[in-house]
Design a protein around this ligand. Structure first.
Ligand SMILES: Cc1ncc(COP(=O)(O)O)c(C=O)c1O
Ligand SMILES: N[C@@H](CCCC[NH3+])C(=O)O
Length: 400
């Protein structure tokens, strides 16, 4: 991904910044869309993964809808120009102001996460003399086999309505005159690489839709959420996820009826690989037990390693020649692997967890080298913070 021309173009840029490969982003979006179109599946992009303006413009241009988790995201989606009939609003804690904003904008649907929320949406819709379309988020108790902080579909998680509360949901839907029941919604977790998880999800979705339809409530939308993972270890070899196999699971195992639409809410799979956090080496500190590379990006710019011990591939792009490996300073020839050193790559923030990788093998690294933290396009800049009064994040975009 980082040929010499790209690295040279970074020379005059102030670090740290997120570098976006817009060509890769567009390729990824197109592949996803064509894989989904074959099955007539609808995809809403989960804005929580990335709400960078250029990213959203590309997502919208490629025909995706918007999956929002706050009033702020609904507002953003409206401002960017997503079709309001392609905006959904999920989240366990929607405030009255957020619900009102979404009602005023006539969005496609609320994914509702509790019985009390159903009642509140009905009251607020009644006050506006409107009907709110709702999908019921059901907690399917399916183990996503992913990091426990990003598992969302187990009984112990706060998300969704548990199946034993469905009779109460049914009664509430029947008594609330300003709600229109649209369908059911699920999301079991994120960074899921084992496609069997989605098979188990399909089985639960089939059970749940039958429950509603047996009670005379047609389920028009089956929303199966997002969660497809990406290859953090091999970002160049597997730059675009296998969308075909992913969608095929749902085509094979979901019991889709003619009156139904299947909706997805993908985030990470669409945007993770198109961006890297580029940072400059400030200092090299050789300790007794460890060598530290101290870079000018910290957990404030990319929080995932500190928060989830998440892995991001780390490369010294100043010493990389495309197709040839690494070069030593001033040399054009390859340097042997034995001259790779082991470093802990850390940021400047006053927290011990401000560490991007331990024992990272890199060619001998010097002050001023550029370091790329790969696969940072999802849950990267959106989770940035101003802790330590850090400046706002900067961006650089590929030409395309
Ligand atoms: C309800 C919901 N939908 C969609 C997503 C997007 O997930 P992912 O980025 O893993 O595709 C999430 C985040 O996990 C979510 O909580
Ligand atoms: N922020 C998480 C994903 C959360 C998904 C949202 N429910 C991550 O970086 O992996």
């Amino acid at each position: 991904m980082f040929d010499e021309r790209i690295v040279a173009s970074f020379d005059d840029k102030e670090t740290p910044f997120y570098y976006y490969d817009l060509k890769l982003l567009n390729q990824t979006l197109k592949e996803c869309r064509s894989a989904a179109e074959g099955h007539k599946f609808h995809i809403h992009f989960a804005l929580k993964a990335n709400f960078n303006q250029k990213v959203l413009a590309a997502v919208k241009a490629n025909g995706f809808g918007a999956d929002c988790v706050s009033g702020g995201e609904v507002k953003k989606a409206v401002e960017v120009g997503f079709d309001k009939k392609q905006i959904v609003f999920a989240g366990v804690g929607k405030s009255d102001a957020e619900i009102n904003f979404a009602l005023d904008n006539d969005i496609f649907a609320f994914n509702v996460e509790s019985v009390q929320e159903l009642e509140v949406i009905d009251q607020l819709a009644t006050a506006k003399n409107k009907k709110a379309s709702v999908a019921i988020r059901i907690n399917p108790n399916v183990d996503a086999h992913t990091h426990h902080y990003i598992t969302t579909g187990l009984d112990e998680n706060k998300f969704g309505i548990n199946s034993w509360d469905l009779p109460l949901v049914y009664d509430t839907l029947k008594s609330c005159r300003n709600l229109e029941f649209l369908g059911i919604h699920f999301h079991v977790g994120s960074q899921i690489l084992d496609l069997n998880v989605f098979k188990s999800l399909c089985i639960k979705v089939n059970e749940m839709q039958q429950w509603f339809e047996e009670r005379g409530m047609p389920v028009k939308v089956l929303n199966v959420g997002g969660g497809l993972g990406v290859d953090y270890q091999n970002p160049d070899e597997n730059a675009i996820p296998d969308f075909k196999s992913y969608f095929q699971i749902f085509a094979d195992f979901l019991n889709i009826k003619p009156h139904q639409e299947v909706h997805f809410e993908l985030g990470r799979a669409l945007v993770a690989q198109c961006s890297s956090l580029i940072s400059k080496v400030l200092y090299i500190k050789n300790g007794i037990k460890k060598n530290f590379v101290i870079i000018d990006a910290g957990m404030t710019e990319l929080m995932r390693p500190a928060l989830y011990q998440a892995y991001h591939k780390i490369e010294n792009v100043s010493r990389m020649v495309e197709g040839k490996g690494f070069k030593a300073e001033g040399e054009l020839n390859l340097i042997p692997h034995t001259s790779y050193l082991s470093y802990d790559v850390v940021g400047p923030i006053c927290e011990s967890s401000d560490c991007f990788g331990k024992g990272v093998e890199m060619p001998e690294t010097k002050r001023g080298d550029l370091i790329a933290l790969r696969t940072a396009g999802a849950y990267g800049e959106v989770m940035a913070s101003a802790y330590n009064l850090r400046p706002a994040i900067k961006h650089v975009y590929s030409e395309e």
